[in-house]
Design a protein. Structure first.
Length: 454
């Protein structure tokens, strides 16, 4: 008994664990799980996939956890309502790290043709469900579990289902079925009591023309089956909605789940399903798919911008001294005035150099106070005093800094008595009988040419 229990436990464990061990590397991965063999939404699967066979009533919907889906939608294998696996954090894309996995790489959605899907619904790998439409080939009208169009399985009608007691009648699948003969001597005629009914009355057989039938098979009512001809594709017998007549019912965009582009109408023509209205949408396999825009496509150098598909993409940061302004890395240079520079050159704060002008005459560009620069006489500053008994001549600044340069002299005058020049040691003097004339307070080039007579 214990061995039987252990075996049952092991079997149950295998059935539970088998789906998780499956490799999701094909169309099944994008569909989000298995489906039943008949394509009716049942949770059937063969033994190799660990699915539990059963009809649609016993179908167990596939969950996001079953297939390891982090985001988007997956087909649940049991109904048209997909399972919603949530969304990704800002800056991540559903499908960026594999089907229904969040990642940093923008996902390129797959189409029905990429997946080899001819019909039904399947995941596009980026979190959305593709509707690959219906089967249009009149010889293959059933959508299988592998999303391939297959020939329908026809169930032939029996004689009893058609109320036939004798003769032959079409079985609805392209063959005739024999319903026996009339053995009752009182009702010996097939069709004597109605089409394919045994009775005593003579039977008047129908013709295709008298029955108004132009294609397919027809019971003549007297025990035989008539061939009323065939149709030329894409028309089929009864395809236009009238039994026994050739016709074709055009399909609509909704039959394919088409949102854009054009699709065949199944009757030899194409129908237009319009265009995509979204700015970033493109028509892919008759579905409007949003194509996320990158930073470079939008000319963004920094910060975050919308990718045009409902989320943001991070475009990085700027290198100092630049800052992010309007998703551009920019730097506003300072000015000479702001720095207090009236001359010379200064850094502009953005890696460049400002030209703040030049000085003229004997002035030169010197530091000003604790910051900035200005044009100054190189020899103005703290007073370099005249010799004892002399003072500075002139009404201008009375300061002299550092002495006169070569070939220059500074003019001092003896208080109230005499005027002479002083520049270094010994001071130069005017010629005999002359003294310095004029009101001067700065260094001047040349010799004592302004001396005047006493």
């Amino acid at each position: 008994m214990a061995r039987w229990v252990s075996a049952l436990v092991a079997l149950a464990g295998a059935l539970v664990l088998a789906p998780a061990a499956c490799s999701l590397g094909s169309l099944d991965e994008l569909k989000g799980g298995g489906s039943d063999a008949g394509g009716t939404g049942g949770g059937a699967g063969d033994a190799s996939t660990g699915g539990s066979a059963g009809d649609a009533g016993s179908c167990v919907p596939v969950t996001c956890d079953d297939v390891g889906a982090d985001c988007g939608k997956i087909a649940n294998g049991c109904s048209d309502q997909p399972a919603d696996c949530g969304s990704c954090e800002a800056g991540l894309f559903c499908g960026g790290a594999g089907p229904n996995k969040c990642g940093v790489t923008p996902c390129v959605a797959k189409g029905c043709a990429d997946l080899g899907a001819e019909c039904g619904k399947v995941g596009n790998g980026c979190g959305d469900i593709l509707d690959c439409g219906v089967c249009t080939d009149p010889t293959k009208t059933t959508c299988g579990a592998d999303n391939k169009c297959k020939a329908p399985t026809c169930v032939p009608k029996t004689c009893s289902q058609q109320g036939a007691e004798c003769g032959t009648v079409p079985d609805g699948c392209g063959n005739d079925v024999s319903c026996g003969s009339c053995t009752n001597a009182q009702n010996p005629i097939c069709g004597g009591a109605g089409p394919n009914k045994c009775g005593p009355n003579p039977c008047n057989p129908k013709t295709c023309s008298s029955a108004g039938v132009s294609c397919g098979s027809l019971s003549d009512g007297c025990g035989k089956t008539l061939d009323c001809g065939s149709c030329t594709a894409p028309q089929t017998c009864g395809g236009g909605g009238t039994p026994g007549h050739c016709g074709c019912t055009p399909k609509k965009c909704a039959d394919y789940g088409a949102e854009c582009g054009s699709v065949p109408d199944g009757c030899g023509k194409s129908i237009s399903c319009g265009s995509c209205a979204g700015t970033n949408e493109t028509c892919t396999n008759n579905k409007c798919v949003c194509v996320a825009k990158s930073c470079s496509q939008q000319g963004a150098e920094c910060g975050a911008v919308s990718n045009g598909c409902g989320s943001n993409v991070e475009c990085g940061s700027c290198v100092a001294p630049k800052t992010c302004n309007g998703n551009k890395c920019t730097c506003t240079p300072t000015t000479c005035a702001a720095l207090g520079y009236g001359c010379g050159s200064a850094p502009d704060g953005c890696g460049g150099t400002l030209d703040c002008g030049k000085c003229t005459g004997s002035n030169s560009c010197q530091a000003k106070g604790t910051s900035g620069k200005s044009c100054q006489n190189a020899y103005q500053g703290s007073c370099s005093a005249c010799p004892p008994g002399y003072d500075n001549v002139g009404s201008g600044p009375s300061t002299q800094c550092g002495g006169c340069p070569a070939a220059y002299f500074f003019m001092c005058a003896k208080a109230g008595v005499d005027r002479t020049t002083y520049c270094g040691s010994p001071p130069p003097a005017c010629p005999a009988g002359k003294h310095l004339g004029g009101e001067f307070s700065h260094c001047y080039a040349g010799t004592c040419t302004t001396c005047i007579a006493d």
